[in-house]
Ligand binder design. Structure first.
Ligand code: ZN
Length: 120
C-alpha cells in the first residue's frame, strides 16, 4: 500500500475514533443528568432499561475504539491491510468499507461459516 493510501486510512480511522469518543462523552453526560430525575418507580424502570441499552452500546463503542487504536498501530508499523489468517492483501475496496478489517473476505467468510456451524 502506498504512503498516501496509508495516510488516507489513518485519517479515516482518526475521524471515526473522534466521532465515537464524542458519542461516548455525550451519553455519559446525558446519563449523569438524567440519573436523579425520576421519582416514579415505573419511570425508573424504563430509565434503567434505557441505561443498560446505552451501556451495551458504549461497551461496543469502547471495543471499537480499541480496535481502531490497534489498526492505527498497524498502520504506523507499516503492517496494515494484510489478512491476519493467510497474509494476503485485504484489498482497498474492502478496507474502504471496513477500515478495521483484519481478515481478507475469504478468511472472513470461512470464519463466519465455522462460527455458524459451532452454533454461537
Ligand atoms: Zn485471508
Amino acid at each position: 500500500m502506498s504512503s498516501s493510501q496509508l495516510d488516507h486510512f489513518r485519517q479515516m480511522l482518526l475521524n471515526w475514533k473522534q466521532e465515537l469518543m464524542e458519542e461516548v462523552d455525550r451519553t455519559m453526560h446525558h446519563m449523569q443528568e438524567d440519573a436523579a430525575n425520576y421519582a416514579d418507580p415505573s419511570d425508573r424502570a424504563t430509565q434503567e432499561e434505557e441505561f443498560s441499552l446505552e451501556l451495551r452500546t458504549r461497551d461496543r463503542e469502547r471495543k471499537l475504539i480499541k480496535k481502531i487504536d490497534k489498526t492505527l498501530d498497524n498502520i504506523d508499523r507499516d503492517d496494515y491491510g494484510f489478512c491476519e489468517s493467510c497474509g494476503v492483501e485485504i484489498g482497498i475496496r474492502r478496507l474502504e468499507a471496513r477500515p478495521t478489517a483484519t481478515q481478507c473476505i475469504d478468511c472472513k467468510t470461512l470464519a463466519e461459516i465455522k462460527e455458524r456451524q459451532t452454533g454461537i
